[in-house]
Design a protein around this ligand. Structure first.
Ligand SMILES: NC(=O)N[C@@H](CC(=O)O)C(=O)O
Ligand SMILES: [Zn+2]
Ligand SMILES: [Zn+2]
Length: 345
């Protein structure tokens, strides 16, 4: 029997949705995680501080009694976002970051940014006040192949933005390529990257080999194996600029299993079991805590959690539900395609 005690983790990129889905999924995060950066891509999106305050109340109301969980709110950047509202939300402590969705890049991104120059007043203000920008780093140009969209974003959007606003602190969310990892490693200042659980485990074969597998489809889409290996190396390296953002993104099954299925993988249920498995395979269990519990707070300027959790490795595979039932419908849980032996005690 092996045991590992780590500080209670945080999730630096999480979709909780709203209504029946929110009520159905929140316990899967609040059970193990102390805090999470909550994505604002609701319909309609969380655009103003007032929207975020109201959404935060709905989240707090859904947390099971006895769980201590703090939602860290973000604002969805639009071309009409008011810099004064962003600054007021940040200074009050309510808003931790602003999220940039290039319009059309991913789920519920149609209200996002088409022309980044229109968002410059907000971005300039954020650079001044030290407020982080979280980016979904993919271009939407139809000519660019979907597997190249992250690399193209780095070259055509991220790098120019960083040159124009070197003081802006940017989290490159859900990095999926070696290009992204290398870019972050080469540019130390004001740049960090979150890495999901599933991108450490699957490559694009999971989506396409042996039939089309909608439950492995997410954005940015999983890339080829070389990229997965680069993500794993970064995650287990202990490098402070890389930390966990699960991007756990629940969609009810009918919206995944159809002719035009939604992007998103639901990993909250078994994320920590999966991560312990990955870190053990990489002989890096001693660096799991840095990835899940230390590097993220350092980047966001928050204290680390004082509580701990214990992970235990047993002989029998961990049992977890294949689906979570919610008032809005069933949601399929990420299947890593190998048995998990690490469980949170
Ligand atoms: N990751 C996804 O595939 N989907 C996310 C959006 C996102 O994070 O891009 C979602 O909201 O469903
Ligand atoms: Zn995204
Ligand atoms: Zn996401």
């Amino acid at each position: 029997m092996q045991e590992l005690v780590i500080r209670r983790p945080d999730d630096w990129h999480l979709h909780l949705r709203d209504g029946g889905v929110l009520r159905g999924v929140i316990a899967d995060t609040s059970r193990h995680f102390a805090r999470a950066i909550i994505m604002p891509n609701l319909v309609p999106p969380v655009v103003t501080s007032a929207d975020a305050a109201a959404y935060r109340e709905r989240i707090l109301a859904a947390i099971p009694a006895g769980d201590r969980f703090e939602p860290l709110m973000t604002l969805y950047l639009t071309e009409g976002t008011d810099p004064a509202d962003v600054e007021a939300g940040f200074r009050s402590g309510l808003i931790k970051a602003v999220k940039l969705y290039p319009a059309g890049a991913t789920t519920n991104s149609h209200s996002g940014v088409r022309d980044i120059t229109k968002a410059m007043p907000v971005l300039e203000r954020m650079a001044e006040i030290g407020m982080p920008l979280c980016v979904h780093g993919e271009v939407t140009t139809p000519e660019v192949d979907i597997f190249d969209r992250e690399a193209a974003f780095i070259e055509t959007v991220l790098d120019p933005l960083r040159r124009r606003l070197p003081d802006l602190r940017i989290t490159m969310e859900h990095v999926t390529t070696k290009d992204g990892i290398d870019y972050i490693k080469e540019h130390a200042a004001n740049l960090a990257g979150s890495i999901t659980t599933h991108h450490l485990i699957i490559n694009r074969n999971a989506i396409l080999v042996g039939g089309i597998k909608p439950h492995y489809y997410c954005l940015p889409v999983a890339k080829r194996e070389t990229h997965r290996l680069a993500l794993r190396a970064a995650a287990v390296s202990g490098d402070v600029r890389f930390f966990l953002g699960t991007d756990s993104a629940p969609h009810v099954d009918p919206l995944k299993e159809c002719a035009c299925g939604c992007a998103g993988i639901y990993t909250s249920v078994n994320t920590l079991s999966c991560l312990a498995h990955v870190f053990e395979e990489e002989e890096a269990l001693d660096r799991l805590e840095a990835f899940t519990s230390l590097n993220g707070p350092a980047w966001y300027g928050l204290p680390v959690n004082e509580e701990t959790i214990t992970l235990r490795k047993g002989g029998e595979p961990v049992r977890y539900p294949a689906k979570v039932e919610t008032d809005a419908g069933p949601i399929t849980v990420f299947d890593p395609m190998f048995p998990l032996h690490w469980a949170v005690v």
